[in-house]
Design a protein. Structure first.
Ligand code: NAI
Length: 395
């Protein structure tokens, strides 16, 4: 089933994500109703999206008629009852399970029995949200990335009792909206927020051990790895409060698996109020007169740093594949389209050599004696069987 343009979309929560998602849906041709609990917030959200559309038209990135038509399709509403005719509701309200469950429960009294209820949560269980519903089979996660109009990835996350056909239908709709959908299991962090954890965590460990300073670690990941930003630059951009909260929630949701343990260095950073760019200072000074620190340029040190972080990322991707969180291709798409990695981690593993990656992890595990470095059983098996992830016999 394709999502006809006549189908109506509702977005609840007119903040950063909700407004962006409303823009995407309106540009895809749907009538979109935007609702927020704070009086006037939905109207402000619609006005913001219209301004953005006009700006795009002004810059020649969108035909003026299209921008005007998309703007016309948006409507701010002030009551849940106004969402009665919606075929798809996407909630992007506060990240609080009790509040989201309450909203879904109330929504079911308003919408038709076939209306699909989607959540943009980044960290909560889809299954837990569906548990508040009389019809849990219509509940699904549609996790957009910020800014939603620009970043192509959408993680499509069916819960335990979601109707089997719904993930495929939602993926087709997201593709029709110009997005890149990937399907993943309802597990903590979904794909991106789980697999990316070592990018930050291992960088922080390397710093804590005094192996290199932050500027050098960032330089290593940019110059050797080809990443657009280094871990500390990226944490400053995301906000250390937000990044720390995600790490903490993934760690707790995995019942304190040491693989995801948060860093005290980052906790202190958050406690200091130096959150990153938004506060003018984080790991780096972002003030107008800031002088960027000079990284060390020792090629063997840069290689060491890059290799340690990349094998940890590869291990995480291999483990996600091992546990069937997502398919090989969706894992690769998620990391390249969601967080702009220069290539898929499993392809990277093939290029570095799986035996080499495994040996590095075993070396780290032997050196530290920590479960944090335990190699994925899938990596071990692939090495034993002489296979590669993208080879003809790949997974
Ligand atoms: P935000 O704080 O910018 O916006 C949330 C909006 O929801 C506010 O306007 C608030 O008034 C409204 N709201 C709160 N409770 C409500 C309720 N019961 N009913 C109706 N409206 C209500 O938050 P943001 O950043 O847009 O996040 C929204 C959701 O998207 C959260 O679940 C978050 O985890 C998720 N998310 C956020 C991303 C980000 O980078 N900001 C990325 C991907 C997902």
């Amino acid at each position: 089933m394709t999502m006809e343009k006549e189908m109506e979309v509702a977005v609840i929560g007119a903040g950063t994500m909700g407004s962006g998602i409303a823009q995407v849906a309106a540009q895809a041709g749907h009538k979109v109703r935007l609702l927020d609990a704070r009086p006037g917030a939905a109207a402000q959200g619609v006005a913001r999206v219209r301004d953005t559309l006009n700006l795009l038209a002004g810059k020649g990135r969108l035909p003026a008629a299209e921008a005007a038509a998309a703007g016309e399709r948006l409507e701010a509403v002030e009551a849940l009852e106004a969402l009665k005719g919606a075929h798809l509701v996407i909630e992007a309200i506060v990240e609080d399970l009790a509040v989201k469950r309450g909203l879904f429960h109330d929504l079911e009294r308003v919408v038709t029995p076939t209306c699909i209820l989607a959540t943009n949560t980044s960290s909560l269980s889809i299954t837990a949200m569906a548990g508040a519903c009389a019809h849990p089979e219509r509940v699904i996660g549609l996790h957009f990335f910020n800014p939603a109009p620009l970043l192509p990835l959408v993680e499509v996350v069916p819960g335990l009792v979601t109707a089997p056909s719904l993930a495929g239908r939602c993926s087709a709709w997201m593709a029709a909206w110009g997005k890149t959908p990937v399907i993943c299991c309802d597990t903590p962090g979904f794909i991106v927020n789980r697999v990316a954890r070592p990018f930050y965590g291992e960088a922080l460990r390397i710093f804590e051990e005094g192996l290199a300073d932050m500027a050098t670690i960032d330089h290593a990941m940019r110059s050797v790895g080809g990443f657009r930003m280094g871990p500390f630059e990226l944490m400053d951009l995301i906000g250390n409060d937000v990044n720390f909260a995600v790490t903490r929630s993934v760690f707790e949701a995995f019942f304190f698996d040491p693989r995801y343990r948060p860093s005290i260095t980052q906790q202190r950073q958050v406690e200091s109020g130096r959150l990153g760019r938004k506060t003018g200072c984080g790991y780096y000074d972002h003030g107008p007169n800031a002088v960027p620190p000079r990284p060390a340029d020792d090629p063997s040190l840069l290689e060491t740093i890059f290799h340690r972080i990349i094998v940890m990322l590869i291990n995480e991707a291999a483990e996600a594949l091992h546990l069937r969180i997502a398919s090989r291709d969706d894992l690769e798409l998620a990391m390249t389209k969601g967080v702009n990695y220069p290539k898929g981690l499993l392809r990277w593993a093939d290029e570095l050599g799986l035996a080499w990656c495994l040996a590095r992890l075993e070396q780290l595990q032997a050196e530290y004696g920590e479960d944090r470095y335990r190699p994925s059983p899938l990596l071990r098996r692939m090495v034993r069987e002489g296979r590669s992830f993208h080879g003809p016999d790949g997974r």
